[in-house]
Ligand binder design. Structure first.
Ligand code: GLN
Ligand code: ZN
Length: 763
């Protein structure tokens, strides 16, 4: 009796980010399409070879795509929005790049597809756009070509395809008639617009069934035995119509020709969809047990309910964590499962390994974590060890080092009204003060200095002088522009999280631990390896220096604990809550040091405040509780007249404004330009009490905003927010812009603010 092993997917960026570099060169016209394809196929082959070398039973095919799996599937289904008319000239590969980037050789630039977070990961997928008269035109020839390449490895194959239901669920209908739903904006608490959109989406099922059937027929002809159908939406709180869609779709897609369909759920347990999922008329089910809560025994429940002929693929190696698995413990699960399932038991990663770095073997690992980590390649070995039963206890994985950590979150003593009054008196700012979000252009000189410093070609002192020069320049520019509250510009920071991770104790920064964020963009999340402590001040020197250069107020600039946590890999044996509170304590100490150094306004950025939100409603309250508590804890060292700002690059506050309000920052600066004034309406309706700086222009666009455009935002804001509580700022940091763009935009911003201020004062 042998246990089959497989993975749901492997990272496609390549161990040294080969795909990323090849793509960027191809887009820039530096290499030909053929050269690009050769490089991409080298990564594809290396991924297969890794699975063969590790000894997995099945080699996974179809997970390797150039940009994003949902995008690839959309293109293969012919889901190309009408604004991409010129896409017909392009092959599938360029069509994908065109849709994702809005740009293709000899095609007119158009707006790219919207990109959004993939479940609760930091990966982003492209949202397919369906219109109500959508015609699907399927062409899977490049998948078939990939299968033929895979066959040369002479291994049993499993092909991955996005599931029909999840594909529709994750798509967007672009032209439904919402007027009726909107007219029906009643008080019954039902989201009629959403329901109308869902119904419109579900209508596409009938058109897609024959396409999937034909695809499966062709896979069968090509000798494929297993198809992994990714249906991650099965882990969400699904409305009844979506549950019904699952039954309907898989009833129609049933096979009796020996082709085995395995439905893959991941990122969570199945919740209320458990019964539905086990009963779907397919050959097997994949479940992710790396997210089950202690004592939940989700995997046992699935085994108990699973029909007697079905395969169960147990996802027990985490596809989200960088830590080695406790194989001794997992082996107990495997042995129990094997008793019930025999060779119907498969072992796998919980989800695709796309979300972890590729290979640990290129790293210099610090002694404290040596033997405790596993990246994608190492996880393959773990799976094979589990299946073979060759398990040795890993002494290094002992959990005893962790003492429980708890912190009674502290908060500021005075209510906002009292604080704000004291701050107004002390800061003496004009009405609707102008400021920026923190960073100024990260110029080529800054990057060159940092890389020279990292390589040892620049001494610490020389690097400090170089950064101070940049700070001085940023201050001088802001003085000239006439901004009211200045920033030091963040020249010394590569990234808002990495900078703090490099200075706090308890983090390890890997060299090649890259993970795809979207397209060719990769991030290298710091890894939290032990308890977090702050042994020295992290920002004081720079802010203090900036402060000496101006009579105006210079804001202190910190990254908040929730954002640091959400953009890092959490440690193995500590809850996210505990880690977040440890981070909060470190930031609280920094706030205190900044304040002692005379800094009167301190901004604590929480760009990723919402990103760690659990997928299911029932788990969300707990997250909000510790996230808000952590933020309040960091600001608790601020005195009554020290003003705490926070910044969020997030626009959909509809469902979390109570939590944002509970953070109780004195001033919040937010992204408004893309979501328009609707956002401010939400703030107004729900009665946001503190001060707000709505972003008056979109920093992501190189276009220069006009005074009038920006004025629209402020005029709109003034209808609902009293002028005393309103700030004027761009909607995010300016590090990706150049100085020319920055100066023009900010000059217009200041001009607009002065106009409005004069009118307000006159009135
Ligand atoms: N202070 C940071 C900056 O200005 C904030 C970045 C962000 O919100 N993503 O770059
Ligand atoms: Zn931002």
């Amino acid at each position: 009796m042998s246990i089959k092993t497989h993975i749901l997917g492997y990272p496609r960026i390549g161990a040294k980010r080969e795909l990323k570099f090849a793509e960027e060169r191809y887009w820039n016209g530096e290499i030909t399409q053929a050269e690009f394809l050769a490089k991409a196929q080298a990564v594809e082959a290396a991924n297969w070879q890794a699975q063969v070398d590790a000894g997995l039973s099945l080699m996974t095919v179809g997970d390797f795509v150039f940009y994003d799996s949902i995008l690839t599937h959309a293109v293969r289904l012919g889901v190309i929005p009408t604004r991409f008319v010129e896409a017909t000239r392009l092959n599938h590969m360029d069509q994908q790049f065109y849709l994702a980037r809005g740009r293709a050789p000899e095609c007119t630039d158009v707006a790219a597809l919207e990109m959004t977070k993939w479940f609760d990961t930091n990966y982003h997928y492209l949202v397919p756009e369906l219109n109500s008269t959508q015609i699907f035109k399927a062409d899977f020839s490049d998948l078939f070509a990939q299968i033929e390449r895979a066959k040369t490895f002479k291994q049993p194959l499993k092909v991955v395809v996005p599931g029909l239901v999840s594909f529709l669920y994750l798509s967007r209908i672009v032209d439904t008639d919402n007027t009726k739903a909107e007219q029906h904006a009643c008080e019954c608490g039902t989201d009629h617009i959403k329901i109308a959109a869902d119904q419109a989406t579900l209508k596409f099922i009938d058109a897609l069934i024959p396409i999937y059937t034909a695809l499966f027929d062709e896979l069968k002809i090509r000798g494929v035995e297993y198809v992994q159908i990714d249906e991650p939406v099965l882990v969400l709180d699904l409305a009844p119509e979506w549950q019904a869609a699952f039954e309907h779709v898989y009833h129609l897609l049933q096979r009796n020709d020996g082709l085995k369909l395995i439905i893959a759920s991941y990122f969570e347990t199945l919740g209320t969809n458990l019964n539905l999922a086990v009963q779907l008329p397919v050959a097997g089910l994949h479940i992710d047990i790396t997210h089950e809560k202690q004592g939940e025994f989700f995997w046992k429940k699935v085994i108990d309910q699973l029909p007697a002929d079905k395969i169960l693929s147990l996802g027990l190696i985490s596809g989200r964590s960088v830590w080695a698995s406790d194989l001794v413990y997992l082996n107990l699960i495997v042995q129990t499962a094997k008793k019930s399932l025999g060779d119907r038991l498969w072992l796998s990663s919980g989800c695709s390994l796309l979300h972890v770095p590729v290979d640990l073997r290129s790293e210099t690992i610090p002694a404290e974590v040596n033997g405790k980590l596993a990246f994608a390649r190492q996880k393959l070995n773990e799976l094979v060890a589990l299946a073979s039963g060759n398990i040795y206890p890993n002494e290094k994985l002992s959990k005893t080092a962790d003492k429980t950590f708890d912190l009674v979150g502290q908060e500021r003593a005075e209510p906002f009204e009292d604080r704000f009054k004291a701050q107004q008196q002390k800061l003496n700012l004009p009405l609707i003060p102008t400021t920026t979000i923190g960073s100024f252009p990260q110029t080529a000189e800054i990057r060159a200095a940092r890389s020279a410093w990292n390589n040892g070609d620049l001494t610490n002192d020389a690097y400090e002088i170089a950064m101070k020069k940049e700070i001085a320049y940023a201050i001088q520019q802001q003085e000239q522009l006439g901004l009211d509250v200045l920033v030091h510009g963040e020249a010394e920071r590569t990234d808002m999280v990495e900078y703090f991770a490099g200075l706090l104790d308890g983090f390890w920064l890997s060299r090649f631990g890259w993970v795809q964020s979207y397209g060719s963009r990769c991030v290298r999340p710091p890894i939290i390896v032990s308890d977090i402590t702050r042994s020295k001040a992290m920002t004081v020197k720079w802010i203090q220096y900036a402060n000496t250069l101006s009579n105006k107020i210079v804001k202190g600039m910190l990254t908040g604990p929730v954002t640091i946590l959400n953009w890092s890999f959490p440690p193995a044996h500590r809850s996210r809550r505990e880690v977040c509170l440890q981070l909060a304590e470190a930031i609280r100490l920094e706030v205190s040091d900044l304040q002692n150094a005379g800094v009167e306004i301190i901004q604590i950025d929480e760009a990723a405040f919402r990103e760690g939100l659990p997928l299911r409603k029932a788990d969300q309250a707990e997250y909000w509780d510790w996230a808000v508590k952590s933020f309040k804890h960091c600001s608790s060292s601020a005195q009554i007249d020290t003003q705490i700002h926070t910044h969020m690059c997030y626009s959909d506050f509809k469902d979390c404004l109570p939590q944002i309000t509970a953070m109780d920052a004195d001033v919040i600066t937010i992204e408004t330009s893309r979501s328009g004034l609707q956002l401010l309406e939400v703030f107004h309706e729900q009665g946001y009490p503190n001060a707000i700086g709505p972003g008056v222009y979109d920093i992501h666009s190189p276009r220069t905003p006009t005074v009038d455009n920006m004025r629209t935002v402020i005029d709109g804001a003034l209808k609902t927010i009293p002028a005393e509580r309103l700030w004027v700022n761009p909607d995010c940091g300016l590090k990706t812009r150049n100085w020319t763009e920055t100066k023009t935009a900010l000059a217009a911003l200041v001009k607009m603010a002065k106009q409005v201020r004069a009118e307000l004062e006159a009135a």
